[in-house]
Design a protein around this ligand. Sequence first.
Ligand code: FPP
Length: 236
Amino acid sequence: MSVYFTSQSTLHVGIIMDGNGRWALARGLPRAAGHRAGVETVGRIVEAAPPAGIGILTLFAFSSDNWRRPAAEVEALMRLLAIYMAKETPRCVEQGVRLEVIGRRDRLATGLCAAISRVEAATAHGSRLRLRIAVDYSARDAILAAARGASELSLDSLGTALGPPVDLLIRTGGERRLSDFLLWECAYAELVFTRTMWPDFGAQDLAAAVREFRGRERRFGAVPEAPVRLREAWLD
Ligand code: FPP
């Protein structure tokens, strides 16, 4: 299989970074200040991911439904994303991070698309962490696009088109839903929900979530002694 799979020791972790707005409002700040603080958290979590045993990190930065937010907030988020893509290249290269963006590109500003292409090309050889940032992303759209582009419909072909299965899905901010994020890839993900708002989420919270994941028994629908063999079969 050509899909980039994680091994048992290196995890694919997906994070729904929720709570920026509430974090800001609780401090009497505009929501955009929460998003700015959220970008700081992204930096800390990217740095903390490899030592926590994470090989692939997928972050939900902007959902296709987020276009419904007030124009000023959408603009602020797009500006933050463009700044991040333009400025993060040296840090990614230094940290061995390969950055890629998933989601639709046709509704993004030309400048943001160009910045994304540049950072993707410049970091393509990073091998310590594969960092995937979801922008204008909808899991349902991604599944439809994968099905439309498949020469034959099978679990393997759609799985290959969509991306690696998620081991651990974390959502900050207290809500307990998937909000159209990696629906196919999370088929057997362990879910961890925390009340901590994204700007307050830190390396210790990430390590705690990974510890909770490691303490769970993953059966993939089978009986207790089978899951390791099942997972190895995926890695063949
Ligand atoms: C959800 O919080 C968060 C978002 C919609 C945006 C997440 C974006 C960032 C963390 C910054 C940009 C990311 C990168 C990778 C540079 P919310 O606004 O829905 O919070 P609320 O539920 O408290 O209102």
